[in-house]
Structure formats: structure tokens, C-alpha cells
Design a protein around this ligand. Structure first.
Ligand code: GUN
Length: 293
């Protein structure tokens, strides 16, 4: 049994990202460009509110432009499309982020496809998804990009390793399965993508050198499901009712306490993948601004 796994601190890695970004931001400002992000929040999903607040807080901290446009839950599609059309034209904003999930009456794919691919800092537009899929990425979705950055920061190589991804969402599972298996430095893994129709998930996770879990199921991954010495990346952020001040606590998709006794490296929740998602959003926005030079 391994006892002290390496804790992969996304919080620490994000600090090193910001240090580098600050130089690029200063350079852009010397050219009279301040990277700017427009965030669109439809409805009042409490988790989405928290995420959006965390994102704009980081932009403020770095003295960047950010604006949150909050719309009522019953916003009609044409109004949202008109807003995005205006944001596409507005030179103040180099990035546009529509927080997901959207209320059910809105067609998410229509909305995503209305964002200019050049401002699509989420990397969700099919044009950017296509670039990623053929191994020539432009904007890479923030959470998967952040996971790859954590791995490279800690010098974890995927070459020759079996990577098992749990979850096939367009936000995380699908793009990280593509990234980990690309033929390029830091990647080149052998990736298996498991999902809700996968039989005997443990069969796959037990053979994994690296498990990346993005299911949104609290503490799904237990110690019996992982190989000794494996590396575990936990993308889950789940609210569990508790007697704390906020009335809830955050847990990942991994039963951290038990899994940590067996693996060689693991991301914590909070302080793991979460801070990296925000850092990569800033990075993508700085990249978008740089492309206007
Ligand atoms: N909802 C959860 N994660 C994300 C994200 O990275 N981007 C957007 N737009 N919505 C999200």
C-alpha cells in the first residue's frame, strides 16, 4: 500500500500560470490592449453563480476587463442570440463565455455556434472542437486544458500509459479523451472513454495508470476500483448537505480518503482541477487578445 501520494495542487500550478500571464498582460497593456471577457449567465442556478463569480473575481484581481451579463431564466433564444451577436462585434471583449448549463428551453448548441470562434475561449464551438480533434488545437476547453497543465507541471508523462476517462461530456470527458491520446509531447496515452452504458467500469479503472473522472457523482471512485500507484484526477465538484456555515460541503467524484492510501498522485477537491479551469480561462482570453495585435 502506498501511503503518501503526491497531492497535485491545481492551486499551486495556477499561481505559476498567473505569474507567466502577468508578463503577457503587461505587454498587451503596453499596446493599449486589456484582455476582456464577457460572461453571460442565464437564470439563477446557484452553482453557476458561484462559478461565474469566481471567474470574474480572478479577472478583477489581474486588472483585466470582465463583465457579467445576467439574464432571466425565461430569456428567449433570439434575445440571447442578439446579445451574443453584439458581443461578437464589441472590441472590448476578446472572449465570450456563456455559462452552462442553460435553461432547458434554450438550444445550447445553437447558442454555442453563435459565438465567434475567435472569441470562443471555452473552446466549445464546433470549429474549435474540430481543430482539437485533428490535433491542431486553437482554443482548448478550460478544464481539460487545466488537467493537461497539471500533469505537465508535475512531469507526469502519458506516453505508453493507459488513461481511463469516466464521463463523455462535451465540456470535459470527450475533449480530455482526445487530448490525452493526441500524438504529441505530454500526451500519446492509450485512452479508454467510459460512460453510463459501460459495463463493469471497475474492470477499466483497475487497469488504468491514470484515471480522470468527470461524472458528477459524489465519491464514485473507491479504493477497490484503482490500481496501486495509479494517478487520479478528480474533476467533480459536488455539494453535499452538511452542518457547516454554508449548509454544504464540497466533495469530488473520488472517495479521497480511501483512494489516497493506494495511489501515487491525486488531485484534491477543492484546490485541484477547479483553480486550473479558471487559470486556463484567463490564459485563453489573453491568447484571444494577443491574436488581435
Ligand atoms: N459549466 C461548467 N463548467 C463550465 C465551463 O468551463 N464553461 C462554461 N461556459 N460553463 C461551464
Amino acid at each position: 500500500m502506498m501511503s503518501n501520494p503526491m497531492i497535485l495542487s491545481g492551486k499551486d500550478v495556477s499561481q505559476s500560470v498567473y505569474k507567466k500571464l502577468n508578463e503577457q498582460i503587461s505587454f498587451l497593456k503596453s499596446k493599449n490592449i486589456t484582455p476582456g471577457l464577457a460572461v453571460v449567465l442565464v437564470g439563477d442556478d446557484p452553482a453557476s453563480r458561484v462559478y461565474v463569480k469566481a471567474k470574474t473575481k480572478q479577472f478583477n484581481k489581474l486588472d483585466l476587463v470582465s463583465k457579467t451579463i445576467q439574464l432571466p431564466a425565461d430569456t428567449i433564444e433570439s434575445d440571447l442570440l442578439n446579445l451574443i451577436r453584439k458581443l461578437n462585434q464589441n472590441p472590448l471583449y476578446h472572449g465570450i463565455l456563456v455559462q452552462l448549463p442553460l435553461p432547458k428551453h434554450l438550444n445550447t448548441q445553437n447558442i454555442i455556434e453563435s459565438i465567434s470562434p475567435k472569441k470562443d475561449v471555452d473552446g466549445f464551438h464546433p470549429e474549435n472542437v474540430g481543430h482539437l480533434a485533428i490535433g491542431d488545437p486553437k482554443f482548448i476547453p478550460c478544464t481539460p486544458k487545466g488537467i493537461m497543465r497539471i500533469l505537465s507541471h508535475y512531469k507526469i508523462e502519458l506516453n505508453g500509459k493507459h488513461v481511463v476517462v469516466l464521463g463523455r461530456s462535451n465540456l470535459v470527458g470527450r475533449p480530455i479523451s482526445i487530448l490525452t491520446s493526441l500524438k504529441q509531447a505530454g500526451a500519446n496515452g492509450t485512452t479508454t472513454l467510459c460512460h453510463s452504458a459501460t459495463k463493469n467500469i471497475s474492470f477499466f479503472t483497475r487497469s488504468a495508470d491514470v484515471v480522470i473522472i468527470a461524472l458528477g457523482v459524489p465519491e464514485f471512485l473507491t479504493v477497490d476500483m484503482v490500481k496501486e500507484g495509479a494517478i487520479v484526477i478528480d474533476v467533480g465538484i459536488n455539494r453535499i448537505d452538511s452542518n457547516t456555515e454554508k449548509g454544504y460541503r464540497l466533495v469530488g467524484d473520488v472517495n479521497f480518503e480511501s483512494v489516497a492510501t493506494k495511489v501515487s498522485a491525486i488531485t484534491p477537491v477543492p484546490g485541484g482541477v477547479g483553480p486550473m479551469t479558471i487559470a486556463m480561462l484567463v490564459e485563453n482570453t489573453v491568447e484571444a487578445a494577443t491574436q488581435t495585435l
